[in-house]
Design a protein around this ligand. Structure first.
Ligand code: HEC
Length: 232
């Protein structure tokens, strides 16, 4: 057995005690909690939701200097550097307004990377989705031109009514006869799912009954902002 950890796991498994998570911490690792990916929204008026991301950073051994690096510097960590010890330290990550404000509406998947200086240069990554919301008024005019032939906010037409669609499970408007494919899809409509649906409904849900493609990402984000504005 070449790897000491693997040897340990094999031995421990014999005693049914190898309950370590797949990425078991090693001495000196930098730990960042929570693990779950987060989403931060930026509305047209520059308001962020949530305004800040909070993480807890710690090292399993000793005193280490950690540094937050984030791709394209969309976020800054406060403080930008400091000592993380055994006891977890709270890190607040703040959006960089100038950089994010210059982005076109869209969904951006970013990575926050922490680096512990010193032996081994350990890195820890956390995924953050940045949703730069579109303009609901522009979305309404796109809707009127391209969607209202089949969709209404209040009533079912050729397509299901779209009032309240944001946050609703796909294929669940009473009295509308959906394709089996869309009912089986069963996801909740939010930024990511609506964006994929509007980009290409057939690709997201093969066999669905809608064939309209909204090719421009900004148009899609505007439409999503509009649909969100007519949803509770
Ligand atoms: C030619 C008619 C037609 C047009 C135009 C059309 N749709 Fe649809 N849409 C449908 C049909 C039909 C369905 C139901 C699909 C199914 O059952 O597979 C649907 C479903 C949807 C759904 C899912 C609703 C739910 O309750 O799960 C959304 C969201 C949606 N359309 C948005 C739009 C938007 C936004 C536009 C304009 C860019 C648009 N549609 C244009 C016919 C249309």
């Amino acid at each position: 057995m070449k790897h000491p950890i693997a040897t340990f796991c094999v031995l421990a498994a014999i005693f049914a005690a190898c309950t370590l998570s797949p990425v078991a911490a090693q001495a000196g690792d930098l730990l960042v909690k929570p693990r779950n990916p987060k989403t931060i929204y930026r509305a047209q008026d520059g308001v962020y939701e949530p305004r800040k991301l909070k993480y807890r950073v710690s090292t399993t051994a000793g005193k280490r200097t950690w540094v937050l690096r984030s791709r394209k510097t969309m976020f800054t960590g406060t403080p930008p550097s400091g000592k993380a010890r055994k006891r977890a330290k709270r890190v607040v990550v703040t959006p960089n307004d100038a950089r994010i404000g210059a982005l076109a509406p869209g969904i951006y998947d970013l990575r926050l990377v922490w680096r512990a200086k010193g032996r081994g240069n350990k890195r820890v990554k956390r995924n953050v989705s940045l949703v730069v919301e579109g303009d609901a008024a522009a979305g309404l005019s796109y809707f009127t031109n391209s969607c209202s032939g089949c969709h209404d906010i209040g009533v079912n037409k050729n397509g299901p009514r779209l009032g309240g669609v944001y946050g609703r499970k796909a294929g669940t408007v009473p009295g509308f006869s959906y394709s089996d494919a869309l009912v089986a899809y069963g996801e909740v409509w939010e930024e990511r799912t609506l964006n994929a649906w509007l980009k290409n409904p057939q690709k997201l849900v093969p066999g669905a009954n809608m064939y309209v493609l909204v090719t421009d990402p900004v148009d899609r984000m505007n439409l999503i902002a509009y649909l969100k504005s007519v949803s509770p």
